[in-house]
Design a protein around this ligand. Structure first.
Ligand code: ZN
Ligand code: ZN
Length: 356
């Protein structure tokens, strides 16, 4: 999967003679190259990938045929000069949000006649609108996570530690073909659940408590992300009521989500439902985030977001409530924005499951 022609459009839209793409997820998005070291140079008369000797064969196989691959043994930037890739360029756009001050200084020293034009978010919006193949890739990644959750409901039991549950989640994702986890799984029981980004501890799962489980993996480079909250034994009335409120908030957001909507309006749909239950103060983060080659990417779905949600954006919808010292609840699905609504890529059950 590559988006070379879209990326080449940057030459015109930014009115420059060359574009440098240095941020690795964007290198992959542009070229299909999956290596960890790469620099893309786009010119009117050619497209170039610079990488190192580890990727000699792989780079050639992965990038589109019209791209030239340059194997550099002395650092990628040396190739800009040695291979003459910026010859004649007056203005060159670069990813100012992903280039160190040192690197920018080096470029200036190497090319005294070039004007380097800083662009923040050079490919952020373009990469935020997913193609059908990318949506299929995210759905395939999420299917692994759904399977792991479905199995988890049969092996989860009181007495396991949070760490044991997290280890099993990682093992089962890998066994099903995941490349790696998209983030360290969160398994947060009882009061630990009130910390939205808790790390798994040696605490054992206990009767009468809730457990927040947030997990996802990479498959073919694309991330999955899902949260479910389950009850160990019998939840109390407060837990059941809060769970019902979070689920209502999530379902309201799923029902309203559609392309063209502002991200802050979508956030407000869920927040208003929680407010009607007196729980909006306990919802301490944004409603969701984009997912793709990165686990967190544009667009942000939050109160302060100024983004509109384009058709083809893939975002999470993950309202939660966090009651200090008591418990936490979060329910997270991953959706695609469409003209008339949204498509949910998550298949796991959302009714409050009791584990005995
Ligand atoms: Zn998550
Ligand atoms: Zn998430």
């Amino acid at each position: 999967m590559h988006h070379l022609s879209t990326a080449r459009g940057l030459l015109d839209s930014h009115d420059v003679d060359a574009v440098l793409i240095t941020f690795i997820p964007n290198v992959r998005w542009t070229t299909g190259f999956t290596g960890s070291n790469g620099l893309v140079v786009l010119r009117d008369d050619g497209a170039h990938l610079l990488t190192d000797g580890r990727y000699r064969d792989q780079a050639r196989e992965e990038v589109p045929g019209e791209m030239e691959v340059h194997i550099m043994s002395n650092g990628l930037d040396s190739g800009l000069a040695d291979e003459g890739l910026l010859a004649g360029a007056k203005r060159v756009a670069f990813q100012s949000d992903h280039v160190t001050v040192d690197r920018r200084t080096r470029w200036g020293d190497m090319f005294t006649d070039v004007e380097f034009a800083p662009v923040s978010g050079l490919l952020t919006h373009a990469a935020g609108v997913k193609s059908r193949d990318e949506i299929d890739a995210i759905a395939a990644s999420q299917r692994i996570t759904d399977e792991v959750f479905d199995e988890l409901l049969s092996w989860l039991r009181p007495g396991l530690t949070e760490k044991e549950v997290a280890a099993e989640i990682v093992y089962r994702h890998m066994k099903k073909g995941a490349e790696k986890m998209s983030f360290d799984p969160i398994v947060a029981s009882g009061p630990n659940g009130a910390l939205p980004h808790a790390r798994p501890t040696a605490r054992t799962l206990r009767d009468g408590e809730l457990v927040v489980i947030d997990m996802g993996c990479f498959l073919n480079g694309y991330a999955s992300d899902m949260t479910r909250t389950v009850a160990i034994g019998e939840p109390d009335d407060d837990m059941e009521a809060a769970y019902a409120a979070v689920l209502e908030a999530q379902e309201a957001a799923l029902a309203e989500a559609r392309a063209g909507m502002s991200a802050s309006d979508l956030d407000a749909v869920a927040r208003d439902v929680l407010a009607s239950h007196g729980l909006d103060d306990a919802f301490s983060h944004g409603l969701g985030h984009g997912v793709g080659l990165q686990i967190h990417e544009w667009p942000r779905v939050s109160r302060t977001s100024e983004d509109d949600l384009p058709a083809g954006a893939v975002v999470t919808i993950e309202p939660g409530v966090y009651l200090n010292g008591r418990f936490g609840i979060r329910i997270e699905d991953i959706i695609v924005l469409e003209e008339e609504g949204c498509r949910n890529l998550t298949g796991s059950t959302k009714s409050l499951t009791r584990i005995d």
